[in-house]
Design a protein. Sequence first.
Length: 188
Amino acid sequence: MIIVGITGASGVIYAVKLLEVLNKVGKETGLIVSEIGEKILKYELGLSVNDLKEKSDYYFEYRDLTAPINSGSFLFESMVIIPCTMKTLSAIAHGYTDNALTRAADVALKEKRKLILVPRETPLRLVHLENMLKICKEGGIILPAAPAFYHNPKTIDELINFIVGKILDILEIKHDLFKRWEGVMLDK
């Protein structure tokens, strides 16, 4: 199972696309959405949590610390928090697990499972970078929502696909969401 967490940062479209692709390739998913994430989902996309529940196999309540994913004995493959607020990133970096989302991330790190955080904040303060470094030192992966342009995207969907494709690469899931870099021949 791949757990997809949504927090209150802008960019929930990334999470929706990720759930759709994981569903399409037959990956089992679990979903957690923070309270502010629910509001951003409604504001940015006009969607409710119930709309996303249809795109996932399991739904875990954000405040439910008794959820099975909150135990290291529950086997899940990996976790992606997309988008990830700096508040959530900070909580994970400092082991503050007061909800199912931060506790599941804590479990992912302590059990050496893949944890991918997709922050969508800019600019970054020193404390943001220090928290990211703490998570990286423990094996977490920071994948900023910063799409590339070498594939000459023409639509917003192509930019979204690039970020989701990079996540799939880390999860070792084959895809064709974006054109890969092939190099450039420069004239002399």
